[in-house]
Design a protein around this ligand. Structure first.
Ligand code: ATP
Length: 275
């Protein structure tokens, strides 16, 4: 069972400062995570442990980055999977994979000598959709039931504390059982970046790239309304490719301008029916 992320379970190197904009999301997430860090306080005050955090928002806005930064912030082991990995033809396989994922998180934490682990599930709506709506898809229901069982079993006095962070761009599709107290208690909205956010993200991705004197990233940020962080990353990369193609030593304003159009066009083409 392959774990997404490709880092073989090593500590993700992402820190909150590597994520541009998203100040509200970062603050809410950090505040929620203080919980895991202050175990003594939680016990003293008899607080119900935080089991799940849901990151909701459009694709490419940094939800995966936030989950990785959360692992780093809490010094937790990190395992990741995508909701679609749990959908199988055979009844029971998805549920078994869920159990394996949590088990794997615990054993990785033990191996790394960490007191906590974060399980990240992207596209949670694929397995956590409303039950009973997938007529004949008993498998979905069993998988979701197993996820609920695993979440209910998470306790603060476990040898390894496990926190589930899930991401979705369709929070409205989730089974209400997932949103009940004691499950995903916290929902953090991760929206498309505003102009300031876009400028920060552009700055992060242009950090190691030579920019010509005519480049003003604030103008680029102003011209990229509606772009996600992933779009902006791709924009800077496309501009660098254009500069290389021109035989230029630096990325100039025209390369960035061309790259904006390219990203917009790519997006439009992707949305054509049948594409
Ligand atoms: P999806 O819902 O499609 O899984 P996501 O919200 O999890 O998307 P990420 O995988 O975190 O998005 O982001 C994809 C890439 O886009 C990142 O690896 C990064 O290069 C860039 N990116 C997205 N958001 C940001 C951001 N806020 N700051 C810096 N880079 C970002």
């Amino acid at each position: 069972f392959a774990v997404m992320g490709g880092d073989g379970g090593r500590q993700p190197a992402v820190v909150f400062d590597d994520i541009g904009g998203q100040e509200v999301a970062k603050n809410e997430l950090r505040e929620a995570l203080e919980f895991i860090r202050d175990l003594d306080g939680i016990r003293r005050l008899g607080i119900r442990p935080l089991k799940g955090i849901l990151l909701a928002g459009p694709p490419g806005t940094g939800k995966t980055l936030l989950a990785k930064a959360a692992a780093r912030f809490t010094d937790s082991a990190f395992v990741a999977a995508s909701g679609s990995e749990f959908v199988e033809m055979y009844v029971g396989v998805g549920a078994q994979r869920i159990r394996q994922l949590f088990k794997q998180a615990r054993s990785l934490a033990r191996k790394q000598g960490k007191a906590s682990a974060i399980v990240f599930i992207d596209e949670i709506e694929v397995l956590g959709g409303k039950r009973g709506q997938n007529a004949g898809h008993l498998e979905y229901d069993q998988t979701l039931n197993e996820l609920l069982v695993q979440m209910d079993g998470l306790a603060t006095d476990d040898e390894v504390r496990v926190l589930l962070i899930a991401a979705t761009n369709r929070a409205d599709m989730l089974d209400p059982a997932l949103l009940r107290p004691g499950r995903f208690d916290r929902q953090v909205q991760v929206d498309l970046p505003d102009k300031t956010g876009r400028l920060q993200i552009l700055g992060l991705h242009a950090r190691n790239k030579p920019l010509a004197a005519d480049v003003d990233l604030a103008t680029v940020a102003a011209d990229t309304f509606g772009f996600s962080g992933a779009h902006l990353e791709s924009l800077v990369n496309e501009a660098a490719i254009a500069a290389l193609r021109d035989g230029a030593q630096e990325i100039s304003a025209c390369h960035l301008k061309g790259a904006i159009d390219k990203v917009i066009l790519g997006e439009k083409l992707d949305r054509l029916p049948g594409a």
